[in-house]
Design a protein. Structure first.
Lengths: 134, 719
């Protein structure tokens, strides 16, 4: 199974475009990477974050970063991690619609207007009632 | 027919005629028709045909005005059957046919009316001329044309311009017609100005509807879908009902949704897509669009860590599109996050069922991945307590990847949980055949051996010792060995075999030297053997190693209580209080619980101490009540629960347990009274948990006596 990124997320070589999200359950998001990141990029992102969140000064964030790294560090473990990450939808491709839209002029609409004139446009015909005798 | 029967019918007919007339005068034409139709059946010679026709005629007109022209037409036809020569009925049949665009029928009826002189013949001139025009005929050569007013003639002449393109209208033609003609000629600027004027100053509601409609057409031609929707919704709000309008609304919402989706506005796309669904039946490309928007919103929700919202969006996407591998997969993950394990397991199953089978599909799974998914599915079933299902699913995982030992291990665990210890053991043997040093398998094999009984499978000890040999730091194996020997020691102690118990504790200690609780247990055993000097040495070691562990003190105190040395027990308790800051009240309740079986003398002392030590707001009275009830000390339990009620301490729970005690004492009325009070408190505090527990208690109360006793004996844990 291959991983798909949403259209808005891209990563150029060596440059991180996603902000690390330490609260995420997705290890890529924790390290600020896309799912296509190379081994080198994973390692580089990890060490950059460790410099920022050193274990001595930021023990809790460090634990999260380390846990995320452990899920991506080894190819085999990463394959299992990838397998159970939520699946992004395929990029949107409009499909054929059912029908077109009617933007034409219909002369019968004008004639229909005339059907609202005179008796054709009335609802009440009390004057047409006749008394009843038994 | 006999004379009497005829007389009876005559009387009945007269009454019905009168009743019909009364109803007719009240304008209840349905009741009048029913009454007079019965007269017609009973005494046809006394049928008031003209009256009945008038009732049908009036009801027919009323139904047409109320928007039910089919029923109205039926009534008018019935009226015409009864009074075929009545020109009013014929004329109105013509009007209904005309509105239904049945111009042939309408012309036929109008011409019949026109045979007579009089007001109706004059009224029929306009609709007849219009019907001829709509049929493509020229009305100007007919007598009807000459019966029209000048204004009507002008209007009908001008509308004739719409017979052939290009539509060439005189300058004084109504503004809306000019707008439509300009639109047809693609003169959008003129059309826009004219439509604006028509909307600003409509001649009648029908013109306003049509003006809004063509403003929508104009906006649509410019691909301004928001503008088109505004105009078409205005036409709809003004009362226009037309299939073409609904289709255009659906399509415009669809196109707007696509525009928004391409801009990345998922909320907007979803709203437009859902509106499109409301304006017509669903179809695949629209369903796919709505599903896609939901999935993108689910992705955004996951990025924010909001799995509840993500779950809702994926469920909506699933409902819109009818399911897919990816949706089932994501739903499984979301349910897991929300701890809906059974739902998660079912979704994993669905994902596996829907997985693409073609190797070149980007979502294709290899055998190893299929096995992993089955294993994940099984984990969800296990979490949900569905061990039988977990076993079935794990067998699939093993089939897909027989070499995956993790799956076999998981299968053995599931088999154990499902009570199939022999099958679990067999599965573990298969793992150990492939990998004799597999630590999880060895650990688990020991657990299986212990569960099956040592006399059947052999001791679990060799398995766990093998683990320690392979991995001396393995804490799990060490703990299992300690627990095993501790259990053996407890069993020996229970049967009074203190020396054997001491041997077991020494064995446990060999795996965990310096463990305070084991040292305390050894001390307790020597105390029970009245070897006070030896005991004191173990007490000293235990307190040296774990002087802040209240379990250590409890163990020693229990032993002093066993040998009747209450003063020593109290002294150790004071020692604990000196060593541990803020001893919790339940420490004393636990000692009271132990003492109830051994000596009544100490119970009040422990309980007084518990009450004294409890911090304000801690439910000490209820805890004591529960403990006493478990020990069937009902009077003691009731005393403390009443004190709980007096002090407002967890009154719902206090009433619930008092109810159980009353039930155990055979006072069902009192039990019901307490449960009612508990239920009131649950409702007042919106405490669903308490409400459920009271309901459970009541179910037990209404159960057969033997079952009730059985359940009641299970104690308060049930509640």
């Amino acid at each position: 199974m291959t991983m798909h990124e949403p259209e808005s997320q891209h990563e150029t070589a060596g440059k991180r475009e996603r902000q690390p999200d330490l609260t995420s359950g997705d290890p890529y998001a924790v390290l600020g990477l896309t799912r296509r990141a190379s081994e080198r990029e994973i390692k580089r992102a990890y060490f950059a974050l460790v410099r920022e969140y050193a274990p001595e000064t930021h023990p809790e964030p460090f634990k999260l970063i380390r846990a995320a790294y452990e899920k991506l560090r080894k190819t085999e473990v990463r394959a299992e991690t990838d397998l159970f990450l939520f699946q992004l939808p395929y990029p949107w491709e409009p499909r054929g619609r059912r029908g077109g839209i009617d933007l034409e002029v219909h002369p019968e609409d004008v004639r229909a207007l005339l059907r609202n004139h005179g008796d054709l446009g009335r609802d009440e015909f009390l004057d047409d009632y006749r008394p009843v005798r038994l | 027919m006999g004379k009497k029967r005829r007389t009876r019918n005559l009387q009945s007919s007269m009454a019905l005629r009168r009743n019909g007339l009364n109803a007719f005068e009240r304008r209840d034409y349905t009741e009048a028709i029913e009454a007079w139709e019965r007269v017609r059946r009973q005494t046809p010679d006394r049928l008031p045909e003209a009256a009945l026709a008038e009732a049908y005629f009036r009801r027919g007109l009323r139904l047409c005005a109320a928007g039910d022209p089919e029923a109205g037409l039926d009534d008018l036809h019935r009226a015409a059957d009864l009074q075929p020569e009545d020109p009013r009925i014929i004329y109105h049949l013509g009007l209904v046919a005309h509105r239904h665009r049945d111009f042939d029928e309408a012309i036929h009826r109008y011409q019949a009316v026109r045979q007579d002189a009089g007001a109706l013949a004059r009224r029929a001139a306009y609709p007849l001329a219009l019907a001829l025009l709509e049929e493509g005929e020229d009305p100007t050569e007919t007598a009807a044309w000459h019966g029209l007013s000048d204004n009507d003639r002008l209007m009908l002449s001008e509308v004739s311009a719409f017979k052939r393109r290009p539509y060439d209208l005189p300058d004084d033609a109504p503004i809306l017609w000019q707008a439509i003609a300009a639109l047809d000629a693609n003169d959008e600027e003129r059309a826009e100005d004219a439509l604006e004027s028509a909307v600003a100053d409509p001649v009648n509601p029908a013109e306003l509807q049509v003006a809004h409609y063509y403003r929508g057409v104009l906006a649509g031609r410019r691909e301004d879908w928001e503008g088109a929707l505004r105009a078409w919704n205005a036409a709809r709000a003004a009362g226009l009902r037309m299939e073409r309008l609904e289709e255009n609304l659906q399509e415009a919402y669809h196109r707007l949704a696509e525009q928004r989706l391409e801009r990345g506005d998922m909320e907007g796309a979803l709203m437009a897509g859902e509106e499109a669904l409301r304006h017509g039946s669903s179809y695949p490309s629209l369903e796919a669009l709505v599903s896609h928007a939901h999935q993108r919103l689910a992705h955004e929700a996951v990025s924010k860590g909001d799995w509840a919202e993500a779950l809702e969006h994926w469920q909506a996407a699933d409902a819109a599109e009818g399911g897919s591998f990816r949706l089932a997969f994501n739903l499984a993950l979301a349910h897991e996050r929300r701890e809906g394990f059974l739902a998660a397991a079912e979704r994993w199953r669905e994902a596996l069922r829907r997985r693409p089978r073609r190797d070149d599909d980007p979502d294709a799974l290899n055998d190893r991945q299929v096995a992993q998914l089955w294993q994940r599915c099984a984990e969800a079933y296990t979490q949900a307590g569905e061990y039988d299902e977990a076993v079935q699913v794990l067998r699939n995982a093993v089939t897909w990847n027989p070499e995956r030992l993790e799956a076999r291990l998981a299968l053995s665990e599931a088999l154990m949980l499902n009570g199939q210890t022999e099958a679990a053991s067999n599965e573990l043997e298969r793992v150990l055949d492939r990998d004799p040093d597999n630590l999880p398998a060895l650990l688990h094999m020991g657990e299986v051996a212990y569960a099956r009984g040592c006399w059947w499978q052999g001791s679990p000890v060799p398995y766990w010792e093998r683990v320690l040999a392979l991995d001396p730091e393995n804490v799990h194996a060490r703990q299992l060995l300690v627990d095993f020997y501790h259990d053996q020691a407890e069993r020996s102690r229970h049967w009074g075999k203190y020396t054997q118990a001491i041997e077991h504790h020494h064995k446990a200690l060999s795996y965990w030297p310096g463990n305070g609780r084991i040292l305390a247990a050894l001390a307790a055993l020597h105390l029970r053997l009245e070897e006070y000097e030896e005991a004191q040495s173990w007490v000293d070691q235990a307190l040296e190693k774990a002087g802040d562990d209240l379990m250590v003190y409890e163990s020693i105190i229990s032993a002093w209580l066993d040998v009747g040395r209450f003063d020593e027990a109290w002294r150790v308790m004071e020692q604990a209080e000196a060593a541990v800051e803020n001893v919790p009240y339940d420490f004393y309740v636990s000692l009271a619980h132990y003492s109830i079986d051994h000596t009544d003398e100490m119970v009040p002392r422990w309980l007084d101490r518990a009450v004294e030590k409890a911090a304000p707001g801690e439910p000490v009275f209820v805890t004591i009540g529960e403990m006493a009830m478990m020990n069937e000390a009902f009077d003691l339990a009731s005393d403390y629960l009443e004190r709980a009620l007096e002090s407002g301490q967890n009154p719902g729970q206090a009433h619930l347990i008092l109810g159980v005690i009353s039930l155990r004492q055979g006072d069902t009325a009192r039990a019901e009274m307490h449960w009612s009070d508990a239920m009131k408190i649950a409702r007042r505090n919106n405490d669903d948990d308490l409400r459920e527990r009271v309901e459970e208690a009541r179910q037990i109360f209404y159960a057969p006596p033997s079952l009730r006793d059985l359940i009641a004996n299970l104690g308060p844990d049930l509640f």
